[in-house]
Design a protein around this ligand. Structure first.
Ligand SMILES: [Zn+2]
Length: 260
């Protein structure tokens, strides 16, 4: 995989953001394989499809590309807030490619895939409406809060300029696939409890360690008066999906999430 960004058509564009789009899309078209089926190339949608940028000619999976210079950080700017929420609620969101690159070296630093079923309204931040003097006055955009996506849903293909092994990427994709939940409300609960479990330091923990998040979860889900049973239910689902193991006496163990 060549990490250098190159395009011979950037001179057609004056704006920096359009040049960046041409460069990053050219890189994906030339270097990226389909992380879902392993097909060696992806096709670019012609004429700016409103939802996705690339598709796999083999498994038809769709991908949206978001890129920025420097580090990926905790959030990345995306399009209109309302259409993003609508896409998530109707399960029409594509997988997301996140790319960061060095504008000075013109080379890729990070390239991640976030599978579509890690998207919940909770990770979409509403931005302030554009000011009255703006061309699209009143338009409301959004940010994707990358930092709120559980670790299992941020799969590194390139990490700090290093390409991960195909074996590792496939392993992590398979783990992520096990967490697939079609119902968006159920998905929200599962990802909330997964984030709680991820933030507990030791590999072995007790039910009480997860109950410590009870108040925070109650604030987030004001309509639910049975937070503790909900926690136990979601831990069972995480066990069934192979993320944790029950080791008896209200104790749990995290199953290692890497293949090294
Ligand atoms: Zn594919």
């Amino acid at each position: 995989m060549d990490l250098k960004l190159y395009s011979n058509s950037t001179y057609n564009y004056n704006s920096k953001s359009q040049q960046a789009r041409v460069l990053t899309e050219a890189w994906v078209g030339k270097n990226m394989f389909c992380p879902r089926c392993g097909n060696i190339t992806l096709e670019h949608f012609k004429n700016n499809s409103p939802v996705a940028d690339f598709f796999c000619p083999c498994c038809n999976n769709q991908y949206e590309l978001k890129s920025k210079t420097g580090k990926l950080g905790v959030k990345i700017t995306d399009g209109a807030y309302s259409s993003m929420i609508e896409r998530i609620n109707s399960n029409e969101n594509p997988d997301l490619f996140l790319m960061s690159y060095s504008a000075k070296e013109l080379s890729v630093l990070d390239f991640w895939i976030v599978p579509k079923y890690f998207f919940v309204p909770d990770i979409i931040e509403k931005r302030n409406p554009l000011s009255s003097t703006a061309k699209r006055s009143g338009w409301v955009g959004c940010n994707i809060l990358i930092g709120k996506i559980p670790e299992q849903g941020r799969i590194r293909i390139i990490n700090n300029g290093q390409v991960e092994s195909i074996k590792n990427i496939t392993f992590k994709m398979q783990l992520a696939n096990k967490l697939k939940t079609d119902n968006v409300a159920q998905r929200g609960w599962l990802l909330d409890i997964l984030n709680c479990v991820n933030s507990i330091e030791p590999h072995e923990f007790e039910l009480g360690d997860v109950y410590r998040f009870e108040n925070r979860l109650a604030e987030k889900h004001p309509d639910n008066n049975n937070i503790r049973p909900k926690i136990r239910q979601q831990l069972q689902i995480l066990r069934d999906k192979g993320v944790i193991e029950f080791i008896g006496n209200g104790k749990y163990k995290k199953i290692p999430q890497n293949n090294e």
